[in-house]
Design a protein around this ligand. Structure first.
Ligand code: GLU
Length: 488
């Protein structure tokens, strides 16, 4: 075989009927990794045959989310390519032409059954062999067909599925899968309005776009024998099929937005990093040898193989994603984080001096699990937040303690010539020692006074960043509050 025959071509074929789904990114990742490893092509095709539910807005959002993740495609509706158009709504003529071919060869037939009759057939709750459409129009005489056409009766085109035997295919992960043909319905390929069904458009496009490996979610397994029959009716060789395990909620049901956020936009807004997202999606069904959970896209590309994909339903565990995201955040420099905070619109503190923001980032980097947490965690640096006076009282101390401790801390810190974390710490330690206070007892009212919170970034570094003047003013405010404690 020559090189071009060997060339791997994969595609992601999302339907633009809602927000960009994590499942789309998951399949796109495996497509991308495989194509890149093999020096092949990754195609993006928009399957918008459902005219009612498809929107341009959703298409844009899907493309945008995949771009955010860095999964670049080689051909697609936005960049074109040799097999375009890449939007099914622009390929109507191609499908009609191909349906006509099948009509000419006798592989499909016209079905004039009314929607009411079909609904009745479906309502009969028939299962097992012969379920679904009863093939009434399959044997219509030429005469009958002519009369119906003359009467302008609407019709669909249905595939003449074989009545016996079985249809099988070799799934790249699961081995041989087969169905009895008497269980396969005579599928509609062209609807009465002349538009293709998913099945026809999907097969025609995969063939014309020279897709070599169809990678898609497990839920499409039952469609694949039908697709094989369509390939055969055209006389085409089907591509390889690889059905990836479905992403699952913790309770093992198919991932759903009631139990897990499924929109990529949500993850982006929360400040998950694309590289963490990809790493996490890569872990769904695949792992780097040696159980290492953290790996880069390049590492995945270098060592990926379909043999190491597991088909047991991977659980989409948000806690794990958060952990991983935190790991990636810690790896970035504070400058890189600042850049991402700005570019991703995660912070409103754009007017603050960059040096101050960088110092705050250094303190928070160890603590936040997503960039979206930054503003909330850093807020007290920029504004004095409200807190109840009781927060100033450390455990095992009375309501008089905060006033005494805060006044002593203020008096000790005020004359400091060097307002650095080290000098502040020394002063505070000495004060605790002199007064025979437990350090923790002294630090609590000080922490609440300067950060307005009981849990905060490291106290002395925080005080250094806040600056002498701001700290002293916060001491004054806290002393005011502390006075109200003594009165009560
Ligand atoms: N349009 C289908 C979807 O949204 C594509 C399925 C396939 O990859 O064949 O999932």
């Amino acid at each position: 075989m020559n090189n071009s025959e060997n060339r791997v071509r994969v595609r992601i074929a999302p339907s633009p009927t809602g927000p960009p789904h994590v499942g789309t990114a998951y399949i796109a990742l495996f497509d991308y990794v495989f194509a890149t490893q093999r020096g092949g092509d990754f195609v993006l095709r928009i399957e918008d045959t459902d005219r009612q539910r498809s929107t341009r807005e959703s298409e844009e959002a899907i493309l945008d989310a995949l771009r955010w993740l860095g999964l670049r495609w080689d051909e697609g509706p936005d960049i074109g390519g040799p097999h375009g158009p890449y939007r099914q709504s622009e390929r109507g003529d191609i499908y009609r032409e191909h349906a006509q071919r099948l009509l000419d060869s006798g592989a499909v037939y016209r079905c004039f059954c009314s929607p009411e009759r079909l609904a009745e057939l479906r309502g009969g709750n028939r299962r097992g062999p012969g379920a679904g459409y009863d093939r009434r129009c399959r044997e219509l005489s030429e005469d009958q067909i002519r009369r119906n056409l003359d009467a302008a009766m609407p019709y669909t085109l249905r595939l003449k599925a074989p009545l016996d035997g079985e249809t099988a295919f070799e799934d790249g992960l699961r081995g041989r899968i087969s169905v009895r043909n008497d269980q396969v319905e005579d599928l509609i390929l062209l609807k009465s309005d002349g538009l293709p069904t998913y099945h026809l458009a999907n097969v025609v496009d995969d063939h014309l776009m020279e897709i070599t490996h169809v990678v898609r979610a497990e839920e499409w397994i039952s469609s694949t024998p039908k697709h094989i029959l369509i390939y055969r009716s055209f006389g085409w060789t089907p591509p390889e099929f690889i059905h990836m395990p479905l992403l699952r909620n913790k309770d093992k049901t198919k991932i759903s937005k009631r139990k897990n956020p499924t929109s990529l936009d949500w993850y982006r807004e929360q400040g998950f990093l694309p590289e963490a997202m990809l790493n996490f999606l890569g872990l769904m069904g695949w792992s780097l040898s040696g159980e290492r959970e953290k790996f880069s896209l390049q590492e995945m590309i270098d060592s990926f193989s379909w043999d190491s994909v597991k088909t047991t339903g991977p659980v989409f565990d948000l806690e794990k994603l958060k952990w991983l995201n935190g790991e990636y955040i810690r790896e970035l420099s504070s400058e890189q984080i600042l850049q991402r905070l700005i570019q991703g619109h995660y912070t409103t503190h754009l007017n603050e001096p960059a040096e101050k923001l960088l110092l705050i980032i250094q303190l928070l980097q160890q603590r936040i699990k997503s960039l979206g947490e930054f503003d909330e965690s850093a807020n007290f640096f920029f504004e004095r937040e409200h807190y109840p006076a009781e927060d100033l009282i450390p455990k095992k101390q009375g309501p008089d303690f905060p006033a005494v401790a805060l006044a002593a801390a203020r008096d000790a810190l005020e004359p400091l010539s060097d307002w650095s974390a080290g000098a502040i710490q020394q002063t505070m330690e000495r004060l605790a020692e002199n007064r025979e206070w437990k350090r923790g007892a002294l630090y609590m009212p000080v922490r609440v006074a300067v950060t307005c919170r009981k849990v905060s970034t490291p106290l002395f570094e925080t005080m250094e960043i806040l600056g002498r003047q701001e700290c002293l003013q916060r001491f004054e405010e806290a002393l005011h509050k502390a006075a109200s404690l003594e009165d009560s």
